[in-house]
Design a protein around this ligand. Structure first.
Ligand SMILES: Nc1ncnc2c1ncn2[C@@H]1O[C@H](COP(=O)(O)OP(=O)(O)OP(=O)(O)O)[C@@H](O)[C@H]1O
Length: 614
């Protein structure tokens, strides 16, 4: 919707914000509730970036909400600050610094352990506020006397005293926060965050420094919370200690879930629903303490029946309505597109990485004495291996021979127990997988490792962005269309793997064969100088195998490939030399003809099976 009509979302939001203080009171919202909704929604924007877009469930936002708010309030009540804007900025920066330090610790773990660390941190901040720092924070009394917002403009100072004026101040900053967040999620930085949410291992393997991205968004979320905390003190004229309470964090999580995570508008809708209902049950219906029970039941129902939240429900309704009018065009499935109509791999020249030393001959990869031990099991034993520039090498071996482990060591996913790996003349042993990919060494996986909820285009963009932008870049205000060379790289890769007609389809809608081609496309989009393919034909029908072998042949032109597969006939047709692994050791190397006729291979590996096939 927004791609066709730029700024439509922003304009509609602005109009809604202008109308809200005049319309919402007629629906039973008090002026204070309207202001609180925006403050909660602002914390929620940061939390949504963290949880909805990056997949990091934090229960620690109260720590930053309280820190930013308390610091700004302290500057204005006990410090010498009179400029509320300056106090807000300093409070936000302090919350950001706290976020950076806490992020360094909490992001060492993921999933439930990350969430548990953030709970513990929220509790630590609550304790600090109440006990050792009570002289500064007012302890359980909080900090009274926080002035209303003002805005010095040089020639005059604007003061925001009435409810409507305070609303205008908060709504202005909410709008700025939302616009910045919308830019962020549409930027290359934002796409990498979604890649981390969908498949953090693959995002890393494609060359993104996922830890730095997670730390950056953790700090950004802390700053949103800190800024909102400062607004809370100014709105109430008092900075309450309960900003630090765990319940605050829990409310942010619930409001975002109810409103719809990963939408940016979810927190606003969730906060509006939450605060409206709590006012309704407590003030209008005077339910006493039972209000929490009823509120709880309402929220359970909302979460159960609106699994993507209120914003998700609205989006679904919109899709239904536009589909009903025949507005949505579904791309044809692969099977319905005649092969002759598909763009051939040779039609678009895909950029290829240049060797750092300008070499185009000699070894691109050299391995000496490579071993990998898993406890008592030696998965790879003392392997010496070398591949030349432009070569197409096959690796075969029975199940459990150590082929995948060997690939994992080459791409630096797994550290070798002994031995060295030299790539393009550089020792890469023990280097991280992201660094290896950045150097031009990557692989496609035996089991698809895709970003399932994203489109084919976004999948390919995630890969190409790592090559174009490097391991980490804070380009969260940049538009995707302004990334140099990105569109060409995506079109070229999609054409090569015959997915041009599926670029805007979500991965979850692809057929298996298409997913396998996208898996190869992901590796190709990073312009590797050495591409490893781990069982590219695995699980394919006969027809798909024939198509994929043809595809691999077109990819192989001008590239260096190493391919593992169990399909001997296809592999013998494709590669120039073959390396045979058996029980973790290198058994023999040679041309397909030499391998077919090698008695050692027939006896020890093929056991005569290939003879029958041949
Ligand atoms: N992370 C791990 N921990 C312990 N053992 C492992 C691990 N990964 C692999 N292995 C073991 O190492 C040996 C080699 O496994 P690997 O997956 O490399 O073989 P493969 O040749 O790729 O097999 P296949 O053809 O079935 O994919 C196997 O015995 C396997 O069980």
């Amino acid at each position: 919707m927004n791609r066709q009509r730029p700024f439509l979302v922003e304009i509609l939001t602005l109009l809604a914000l202008i109308a809200a203080p005049f319309v919402l009171p007629h629906l039973g919202f008090s002026p204070t509730t309207i202001n609180r909704i925006l403050i909660w929604a602002m914390v929620g924007i940061g939390f949504d970036l963290l949880f909805g877009y990056t997949g990091l469930l934090s229960f620690g936002q109260s720590a930053f909400f309280g820190t930013g708010g308390m610091f700004a309030a302290w500057l204005l009540t006990q410090g010498s600050f009179t400029n509320t804007m300056a106090a807000l900025v300093v409070g936000t920066l302090v919350a950001g610094v706290a976020g950076y330090l806490i992020g360094l610790v909490a992001l060492r773990r993921s999933g439930i352990y990350f969430a548990m660390i953030t709970i513990a941190i929220a509790e630590v901040f609550f304790y600090l506020e109440f006990n050792p720092l009570a002289a500064y924070t007012g302890g359980e009394n909080g900090l009274p006397g926080v002035p209303r917002p003002n805005l010095p403009l040089g020639f005059t100072t604007l003061h925001f005293n009435t409810h409507l004026q305070v609303y205008a101040f908060i709504a202005f900053w909410y709008f700025i926060g939302l616009v910045l967040a919308l830019r962020l999620v549409r930027s290359p930085f934002g796409l990498v965050l979604r890649a981390i949410r969908e498949n953090p291992q693959r995002a890393l393997a494609l060359g993104h420094n996922t830890h730095s991205y997670k730390l950056a968004v953790f700090v950004i979320a802390a700053m949103y919370a800190g800024f909102a905390g400062g607004l809370l003190g100014m709105m109430q004229g008092f900075m309450p200690p309960d900003a630090f309470m765990f319940a605050t964090s829990a409310e942010i999580v619930m409001q975002t879930a109810i409103g719809g995570a990963g939408t940016l508008f979810g927190p606003l809708l969730g906060a509006a629903t939450w605060l409206y209902l709590s006012d309704l049950f407590q003030v209008t219906f005077k339910l006493g303490t039972t209000w929490k029970l009823i509120l709880g039941l309402v929220f359970v129902l909302l979460v159960v029946f609106l699994r993507r939240g209120i914003a998700g429900g609205i989006a679904d309704l919109y899709m239904l309505a536009t589909r009903g009018r025949g507005a949505t065009h579904t791309a044809p499935a692969a099977a319905t597109v005649p092969a002759a109509q598909r763009v051939t791999g040779n039609a678009v020249a895909l950029k290829q990485r240049q060797s750092p030393a300008g070499r185009q001959s000699g070894p691109i990869l050299q391995v000496k004495g490579l071993s990998k031990r898993y406890g008592g099991l030696l998965a790879n034993k003392d392997i010496d291996f070398s591949v030349n520039h432009g070569e197409i090498r096959g690796i075969i071996g029975p199940n459990g021979a150590g082929k995948s482990t060997f690939f994992k060591m080459l791409t630096c996913e797994v550290e070798p127990t002994t031995g060295t790996i030299t790539f393009e003349g550089r020792d890469i042993t023990g280097m991280g997988v992201a660094d290896a990919c950045q150097l031009g060494l990557t692989k496609s996986y035996q089991i698809n490792q895709l970003f399932e909820r994203l489109t084919v285009r976004q999948n390919l963009q995630i890969s190409a962005l790592a090559e174009i932008r490097g391991k980490f870049k804070l380009d969260f205000l940049k538009s995707m269309s302004r990334v140099p060379g990105l569109a060409e790289q995506i079109e070229g890769t999609a054409a090569l793997v015959h997915l041009t007609h599926r670029l805007d389809a979500p991965v979850s809608e692809l057929a298996y064969g298409e997913k396998r081609r996208l898996e190869i496309g992901l590796a190709l989009a990073s312009s590797p100088s050495l591409l490893l393919l781990d069982e590219p034909l695995a699980g394919m029908s006969h027809e798909e195998r024939v198509e994929t072998v043809a595809l691999l042949k077109s990819i192989a032109q001008g590239r260096t490939l190493v391919v593992i597969d169990h399909d001997m006939d296809s592999l013998f047709e494709l590669v120039e030399r073959i390396t045979v692994l058996q029980e973790g050791s290198l058994l023999v190397e040679g041309t397909p003809e030499e391998i077919k006729s090698n008695p050692k291979v027939q006896e020890a590996y093929l056991g005569g099976i290939y003879e029958e096939v041949a």
